[in-house]
Design a protein around this ligand. Sequence first.
Ligand SMILES: [Zn+2]
Length: 284
Amino acid sequence: MGIHPDANRSVLVNIILLPGFNPGPYTGAGNNTYLIHAKTGSGVVLIDAGTGDQRHIRAVRRSLSQKTIDRVLITHGHSDHIAGVSALLSEWPGIEFLKMPWPVSDERYPVAWKSLADGDEIEVGTEVLKVLHTPGHSPDHLSFYCEKDGVLFCGDLLVKGSTVVIPANHEGNLVQYLSSLARIRDLNPRRVLPAHGEEIGDVVGLIDHYLEHRRQRDADILDALRGAGGSGTASHIVGIVYKGLSNDLTQAASETVLAHLYKLKTEGRVCERSDQNGAVWECK
Ligand SMILES: [Zn+2]
């Protein structure tokens, strides 16, 4: 827990970074949640709920001092961002929980969700957070932008020093993800605070790196198919492109390869057919 090292660079809102205490192979050091309130006016917002770890709840309580949380904004329905809603609700029964609907996720949690959509504005004291729909990592993925301060809370859209998994078997979509990246590149926020890892200093540089990485991945996958005589299964491609990857990350690699294959199919560069091994992908 602590004040974000760069918190004083925000002019209009105070931002307190509260870690979720859930490190792991898919969460890195664990999730970041952000408690924010405007420097003028009342109202406290928490961005992302953590997982309900009592150390997180205690840290939130300490940071609030005598205040309460008015709203919890969820960037998206993956469990490391949302599973803490029940623990937060039992601690602060008046909280409103807001997110973009994604029934397969939302129905798992016993809270009365309020819907958010692209372009909505959320008041935080005298300031406003603008809701940006940035799908691709998940269909319901939102980013929150404090326009006057130039601060973007980007959820899992960007992670410094890493790329983002596109879970194609769970409604991840690489075409949408690339278009979300382009939108944030155009926005060019002054500060970007992610749900995992450190603050992102050079957002345009990171996005350009991501775009190049995805182009290279497309090329690697097409090369793997050509090297296999023009066709192969997704798991065959994973074995070539991610040679030597540890077992606990293979699932994520499979999802990502599939996300690229669906994108390449949309672009007419590969086609998919079924045989006794399941889906087989072919170069065009
Ligand atoms: Zn996620």
